[in-house]
Design a protein around this ligand. Structure first.
Ligand code: AMP
Length: 280
């Protein structure tokens, strides 16, 4: 496994492999690797000749009051995990190389970025799309893997690929959960034991919604009410949003039309967690 730090060296390697007709898979991450990331890496390895993992805590996607500074960074542990997944190249750029002083472009997927997390984090997806497009240009992947845990991010990247005619396959990957249902996230480590217990209400509330649909409930309000009641049972949860929306356009549904995306963001203490499921 090789660690590459400069965009130029990474791109030269990628163009050479492409020229030789070899296939490249990219898994973009912010590091602090966990089982969710590893599932993407294992699938990426299966899909291509070369697997590239990028690790970059992207300052552009954090607002000034967010956890950019505190975001967990542990390169040594990440490298061990990457090695165990047979990563070929870890692309580990420096912010000053991706965003030199005279950097001035920004890319946005306007409409999809307005919903869900975009309401609270208005600049977030611009930062995500800008860095993902740069990573695509540098790593030149044939396929890039994204988790459905960040469903809106996945949809926005798919839209960018479509709108800009990028020759890249986007492979969505299922949410990896702890045994008790909590969606694995790098931010789970911020939770105290009591908060960790309270966080279970998120996946429980998603399951409750699916049960209601299974029983024939079609009333969107009733489903949203049951979800928020389940979340509030623990008294430690502050709901940011609960949305039932179209899985492609992300527009809220007033009448249930399946499949539908049920997406939740909430604060447990100061930690903001997101989760979702597709109701069928
Ligand atoms: P991050 O490092 O949080 O930016 O995540 C990098 C990639 O891993 C994104 O495509 C995420 O959606 C994906 N990911 C994070 N957590 C999970 C999870 N629990 N299951 C599946 N994919 C995940």
């Amino acid at each position: 496994m090789k660690i590459v730090e400069t965009p130029l060296e990474m791109q030269e390697w990628a163009l050479k492999k492409r020229g030789q007709g070899e296939k490249i898979a990219l898994v973009p991450t912010m590091g602090a690797l966990h089982e969710g990331h590893l599932s993407l890496l294992k699938e990426g390895k299966r899909l291509a000749d070369h697997l590239v993992l990028s690790i970059f805590v992207n300052p552009l996607q954090f607002a000034p009051d967010e956890d950019f500074k505190e975001y967990p960074r542990n390169l040594d542990a990440d490298l061990k995990k990457a090695e165990s997944c047979h990563v070929d190249i870890v692309f580990y750029p420096k912010a000053k190389d991706l965003y030199p002083k005279d950097f001035q472009i920004s890319v946005a997927v306007d409409i999809l970025s307005q919903f869900l997390c975009g309401q609270r984090r208005p600049e977030h997806f611009k930062g995500v799309v800008t860095v993902v497009l740069k990573l695509f240009n540098i790593v030149q992947p044939h396929v890039a893997l994204f988790g459905q845990k960040d469903y809106q991010q996945l949809r926005i990247v798919q839209q960018m690929v479509q709108d800009l005619n990028l020759p890249i396959q986007i492979k969505p990957m299922p949410i990896v959960r702890e045994d008790d249902g909590l969606a694995i996230s790098s931010r789970n480590r911020y939770l105290s034991p009591a908060e960790r217990q309270a966080a279970l209400s998120i996946s429980l509330s998603l399951a409750k919604a699916q049960r209601l649909v299974d029983e024939g409930t079609e009333n969107v309000e009733a489903i949203l009410k049951a979800v928020s009641a389940t979340l509030y049972e623990t008294k430690k949860v502050k709901i940011d949003y609960i949305t039932l929306c179209d899985p492609k356009s992300l527009e809220s549904l007033s009448h249930l039309k399946l499949p539908a995306l049920l997406a939740i963001a909430c604060f447990i203490g100061t930690t903001r967690l997101i989760d979702n499921c597709i109701l069928r």
